[in-house]
Design a binder for this molecule. Structure first.
Ligand code: GLC
Ligand code: CA
Length: 557
């Protein structure tokens, strides 16, 4: 089996919904399942084949649903199991498959397993989590939590520490324990038997911990733990077991969030022989503008580096494993504000970024609002943030470690906070962007009067219609799904150009990542090619690239 072997999930485009911020049907300010149901026609019009829902399970919402207290219940704020069944049925009727988020590296500390586990050292659920004695009166080792501070929390009741890579309300499950694994597999089967079409697996690369629990390199923030702990000794064994016992029995889309994943690891997680998952998310490209020592530090993007990394993954997985393609998700700021231009070239640059990604090999993911070129939020004040990572980060950097001033940190948060992508979906120019008739749980971006779905649906040259066209092209041209990728002009600091090849067809993709006009002659071979898509209204292509211009030429040899 190799990467040109046809599979529906290779040909799909996935749309990620962050339910809290998508559509509120009952005016409580929080998005919900009935809200999603209302918008199925919108998703159908966009043309996506799959919807991935960020967690909708019962949760105290310390981390907006990524802290699950009951895997078999729907979060009250989001609706009921009946609403869910209806959503699933209506998605299927519309030809859209539904993929659930699977968060099994950790649970909420309010999950019944943890409530039991922390009661006493001999409780049958004790070993469902990772408990260790203090070392010299301190935490068992120096691992940091991703959300700041130590990854260990001392629990008075039994005098031991438990491990939490994320917040202290998200204790890590002990995957060494077979009962934990079987309980997770049962729960997965329970959802699959309801008819869900797959899972996006949250930080799945972290589930296996090296049982020596050795110190890692001390660093400023907890991302260091990932370098020490990602891709642990038994992770592939666990996923192969999961595949054997659960996944292989269904026809699914499975994608692992492989934090800290390398190319070699991804070849195992997402290998074409289907021993583990269909594909993996890698994060190398979205860390390029971050300071390696300080996750809140900013650094400009170097396009040559971006090309190197994307190319490494495109070429490295060719024929061996399958890529997933994304610019945005609920943990990333808005891409048009990040590597595009969210002022005078907002629409043009968003279309350019979309072209660059959607013409690559792999399964593309569109995050809600990306198809409208929604932007980062002009946050004024710390009180406007909701994300615990941003709020903890502020306290740690400004108040505890005093490494940044308040103004510096707010500048960083305006660029990097996860809340940038969590502001409500902008449906129209009515109150609260048509998201809610109540008070939204997080502020609506004030630019909704200009940037909204209703306006874009009416306008043929909108970003929405551009995404719609990219999605259609992928359905029409096999070369976009399966063609072999090759980078052109790797050292050009302004232009990202590459080709795709399948049988006797070729594609040329050219993207200007700057607001400058550039000389970029069309390569001889493509001069008479037909233009599949381009982002300037007149549709003419020449030897000069206009600001953020992008085009795709198709030839047959
Ligand atoms: C993943 C999720 C993120 C969450 C974390 C802990 O990275 O994408 O939103 O905070 O895992 O579950
Ligand atoms: Ca609601």
């Amino acid at each position: 089996m190799n990467s040109t072997e046809k599979k529906w999930w290779k040909e799909a485009v996935v749309y990620q919904i962050y339910p809290r911020s998508f559509m509120d049907s009952n005016g409580d300010g929080i998005g919900d399942l009935k809200g999603i149901i209302e918008k199925i026609p919108y998703l159908k019009e966009l043309g996506v084949n799959v919807v991935w829902l960020s967690p909708i399970y019962q949760s105290p919402n310390d981390d907006n649903g990524y802290d699950i207290s009951d895997y078999r219940r729907i979060m009250d704020e989001f609706g009921t199991m009946d609403d869910f069944q209806q959503l699933l049925m209506l998605c299927h009727e519309a030809g859209i498959r539904l993929v659930m988020d699977l968060v099994v590296n950790h649970t909420s500390d309010e999950h019944a397993w943890f409530v039991e586990s922390r009661k006493d050292r001999t409780n049958p659920y004790r070993d469902y989590y990772i408990w260790r004695d203090p070392a010299d009166g301190k935490a068992p080792n120096n691992w940091g939590s991703c959300f700041g501070g130590s990854a260990w929390q001392f629990d008075e009741q039994t005098g031991q520490y438990y491990l939490h890579f994320f917040s202290k309300k998200q204790p890590d499950l002990n995957w060494e324990n077979e009962n934990v694994r079987n309980a997770v597999y049962d729960m997965m089967k329970w959802w699959l038997d309801k008819g869900v079409d797959g899972f996006r697996m949250d930080v799945i690369s972290l589930i296996s911990k090296d049982q020596e629990f050795k110190d890692g390199e001390p660093e400023l923030t907890g991302y260091s733990s990932f370098n020490v702990c990602a891709n642990g000794p038994r992770v592939h064994e666990f996923l192969q077991e999961m595949r054997r016992k659960v996944l292989s029995k269904y026809d699914l889309l499975t994608v692992g969030e492989c934090t800290g994943g390398t190319l070699e690891e991804a070849k195992k997680y997402a290998s074409s022989d289907e021993k583990e998952l269909n594909m993996a998310f890698q994060f190398e490209h979205v860390t390029l503008d971050a300071d390696t020592n300080n996750k809140w530090g900013l650094k400009p993007l170097n396009l040559v580096k971006l090309k190197e990394i994307m190319t490494k993954w495109q070429v490295g997985l060719e024929g061996k494993a399958w890529n997933s393609l994304f610019w945005c998700n609920h943990d990333q700021p808005r891409m048009v504000s990040r590597w595009g231009n969210d002022r005078e070239y907002r629409e043009i640059s968003a279309k350019m970024l979309a072209t660059c990604l959607h013409m690559m090999q792999g399964t593309p993911y569109v995050y809600q609002g990306e198809e409208l070129a929604m932007t980062n939020m002009p946050f004024q004040d710390l009180s406007e943030f909701r994300d615990l990572d941003s709020i903890n980060g502020y306290h740690e950097m400004v108040e505890v470690k005093k490494l940044m001033t308040s103004e510096e940190m707010l500048t960083s948060l305006r660029k990097k906070s996860r809340d940038n992508s969590r502001t409500p979906m902008q449906w129209d120019d009515s109150t609260n962007a048509g998201f809610s008739t109540g008070t939204p749980w997080i502020k609506v971006n004030p630019n909704y009067t200009e940037i909204n779905a209703r306006e874009q649906l009416q306008r043929p040259d909108s970003v929405f219609h551009y995404y719609q066209k990219l999605i259609q092209l992928r359905k029409q041209h096999e070369i976009i799904v399966y063609g072999k990728y090759e980078l052109l002009d790797g050292t050009n600091p302004d232009v990202y150009a590459y080709t795709r090849a399948l049988d006797n067809e070729k594609l040329l993709i050219v993207c200007n990542f700057t607001s400058k006009e550039l000389d970029y002659p069309i390569p001889e071979m493509y001069k008479d090619g037909s233009c599949l898509i381009s982002n300037y209204p007149d549709n003419t292509i020449g030897n000069k690239l206009r600001p953020y211009e992008a085009y795709v030429l198709h030839i047959e040899l």
